[in-house]
Design a protein around this ligand. Structure first.
Ligand code: ADP
Ligand code: MG
Length: 682
């Protein structure tokens, strides 16, 4: 057996377990070794029961004096045992594991771990972890216990595969498999971190918390290092690809185009446009990411690029993540480009009018459009984090190497972007168009709700419009979220009987959505009740108020993106945040943790700062939409550790500078092959 052997080569793993393991994405022995614990139970304190305190988590060694099942009136089974460790007797209770009464017998010597408590004046431990003494079959792993009496690793589990089972299997194969692990990192990069085999050993079976830390340091380094290496190498490869057609830029036509825009480009827009022009003129295909806050004006930059490509006789595709957004882009781009005789088409699930067009705007439906491969010089993907890797790269792979432009409003710290998107050139629009008023943002206490409804009504009488965003119930638009939106809509119809309300959610038919949006755009609808689908891209300048219900369910950066839908014109705009946590502190006016977090929105208007606050407060990669994009999965590394992100990127850069083909490092190269498909499948 080695790291590449299928899991059934491990004794005791048959076909039904193989299926369960697959659910955890575990297929070969190496996967199991790389299945890391997500936390540890600290059962390392071993003491006699007589010396332990109530409430303390301890490990005891002793003997079972009695054991039996008790059936409760509610159909539950309790297994109760008397356990004596030579100093004291105590009661052990397990819930709904009736088989334990057979597995454990009177006279058995066990080691148990759990929290000491007092129940009906008896010393007891509820649901203790247990194992037999002495431990059988542990090979040469030097431990006094595996499931008790130590720092016990807790693993991601699935139905029928408990953490205990996983722990047992890993501990059993670990000693042999560690011998087969070869550290791919050269000593210069390893620096003073643990060697790989030791790190893996310690992540599974640490003796101390310090060992856990050291192991995480090394394994986190590897995760980020390889991603950085993969994206940087993809970039080098991409740069080598020849272009189908070099483009010429006509400065006079460009100038007269920008002259005709209803506004002057900001200097950030001009800078990014110039970066794009440099790419278009060069003889290698562009692969660029435009990052710019909501409302910073990415669309117009994209439209200009489309125009320039058109002047070279080539077509462009623009793909958006939702139909709503595709229709909006269609309207915007048409109004900008049609005066120049450019034919703009639309291609979505419900609307297909793309024949003989110079530009086709659409959703992922574009992926199946045959036309989308012909004579295409530029592919643009808006809100790219919403697409999976395959979707993002598929068009490009079919369309024979055109220029490739992706756009995102997700604020990602530069350091992190350079790792995650190291294969792309980064352009940042870091300036908002002039004259945009700050959006006045308030966290509104529940008792002021009626006042804000009065305020909304008054503003609407003056001609303004309002969004009301209903709580995000699950990550994606589920039926539950839709139902919540419908209920809110009905409630609001009673509150505003004289106003025109509309409802928008992700499960509506495209035509209905378009209808609602058209009515909102033309002020036929004054209040738009919507799920957070409007988060993406909507641009209706007359909407000046946004109410967000259940604000605590969103990240700060996400809320910032949501409120970016208002404040698009020159009128003062208002964002009113409500929370649904009716904790007693809140009604007394003392701010809860959530309120404290949300308060940042009242004073901070920098998406990147808010994203960093999110990271500090909530941690994790999902905030950057990393999880969503499925681009890379980090089990250990935290993207909030900017120091580590930077360090790994530099290490990757140095290695590539020294040996671009990685010929001296076959092991690193092999590891990269696995990741390469996540960066660029074509
Ligand atoms: P996003 O970057 O979020 O995609 P959009 O491209 O939708 O932003 O632009 C938001 C709004 O700002 C649009 O109404 C657009 O017409 C307007 N806009 C874009 N650039 C400028 C500018 N330089 N000056 C004034 N308004 C602008
Ligand atoms: Mg946009």
């Amino acid at each position: 057996m080695d790291l590449n052997s299928p899991l059934y080569t491990i004794t005791g793993i048959g076909s039904s377990l193989t299926i369960k393991l697959k659910r955890l994405n575990l297929n070969i022995v190496g996967d199991l070794i790389y299945h890391f614990p997500f936390r540890y139970d600290d059962f390392s304190k071993i003491a006699p029961a007589s010396e332990a305190q109530i409430g303390e988590v301890v490990t005891l060694r002793g003997e079972i004096w009695s054991i039996k099942n008790i059936y409760t009136r509610f159909g539950k089974v309790l297994t109760q045992a008397i356990f004596n460790d030579g100093t004291t007797s105590l009661q052990l209770t397990w819930f709904n594991q009736s088989w334990l009464a057979k597995q454990i017998q009177v006279g058995d010597k066990l080691q148990i771990s759990g929290k000491l408590s007092k129940y009906k004046s008896k010393l007891s431990i509820m649901a203790p972890e247990w194992e037999r003494l002495p431990m059988p079959g542990m090979g040469d792993v030097d431990i006094s216990g595996l499931h008790t009496g130590r720092l016990v690793p807790v693993y991601p589990e699935t139905a029928g595969l408990s953490s205990k089972w996983i722990r047992g299997k890993i501990a059993k194969i670990l000693p042999d498999m560690l011998k087969k692990i070869i550290d791919p990192l050269p000593p210069s990069i390893q620096d003073n971190m643990l060697p790989l085999d030791q790190a893996i050993s310690q992540i599974h079976l640490p003796k101390t918390w310090e060992q856990v830390e050291k192991a995480r340091e090394r394994l986190g380094f590897d995760e980020l290092f390889f991603v950085s290496l993969a994206t940087q190498r993809a970039r080098l490869n991409w740069q080598k690809k020849p272009l189908v057609q070099e483009m010429k830029i006509d400065p006079v036509k460009l100038e007269s185009f920008t002259q005709k825009l209803p506004f002057k480009l900001t200097s950030a827009q001009k800078r990014v446009l110039n970066e794009i022009i440099t790419d278009l003129k060069s003889n290698r295909p562009m692969n660029r990411l435009i990052q710019g806050e909501v409302g910073s004006g990415k669309t117009v930059v994209a439209a200009i690029a489309i125009y320039l490509v058109h002047l070279n006789g080539l077509r462009s595709l623009l793909m958006a993540p939702t139909e709503i957004l595709a229709f909006q882009h269609y309207a915007t781009v048409s109004s900008l480009l049609q005066p120049f005789g450019i034919k703009v088409g639309i291609y979505t699930g419900s609307k297909k009018a793309a024949r003989d067009c110079d530009v086709i705007i659409g959703t992922h439906a574009l992926l199946s459009l045959k036309l989308a491969t012909e004579n295409v010089g530029l592919i643009i993907i808006d809100e790219q984090q919403r697409f999976g890797v395959e979707q993002r790269t598929y068009l490009r792979s079919r369309a024979k190497l055109p220029h490739f432009l992706t756009m995102t409003a997700t604020p990602i710290p530069r350091t992190v972007a350079l790792t995650l998107y190291g294969d792309l050139d980064l352009s940042i629009i870091d300036e908002m168009p002039k004259g945009r008023p700050k959006i006045k943002t308030y966290l509104v206490p529940e008792r002021k709700r009626l006042d804000s409804y009065k305020f909304i009504e008054k503003k609407i009488r003056e001609g303004d419009q309002t969004y009301i965003i209903t709580p995000l119930i699950e990550e994606s638009e589920t039926l539950i979220s839709v139902k919540a939106a419908k209920i809110e809509y009905q409630k609001l119809q009673k509150i505003f009987p004289n106003l025109k309300l509309g409802l928008l959610h992700g499960r509506m038919k495209a035509n209905d959505k378009e209808e609602v949006l058209k009515d909102f755009r033309s002020n036929q609808i004054q209040i738009l009740v919507s799920t957070s689908v409007v988060e993406v891209g909507m641009d209706i300048p007359n909407a000046t108020i946004m109410v967000i219900e259940g604000a605590e369910r969103f990240g700060l950066a996400q809320l910032h993106q949501l409120r970016g839908r208002i404040g698009r014109g020159t009128k003062t705009s208002y964002c009113l945040l409500y929370t649904s946590d009716a904790s007693p502190e809140r009604s007394r006016g003392v701010s809860s943790e959530n309120s404290r977090r949300l308060k940042y929105l009242e004073t901070t208007f920098d998406g990147l700062k808010l994203a960093e606050l999110d990271l500090k407060i909530r941690g994790g990669g999902e905030i950057f939409g990393v999880k969503q994009s499925g681009r890379f999965e980090f089990k250990i590394a935290s993207l909030s550790d900017l120091g580590l992100v930077e360090k790994t990127r530099q290490a990757a850069e140095q290695l590539l500078a020294q040996d671009p083909m990685l010929d001296k490092y076959p092991l690193i190269k092999a590891r990269l092959e696995e990741l390469a498909s996540e960066v660029m499948p074509d």
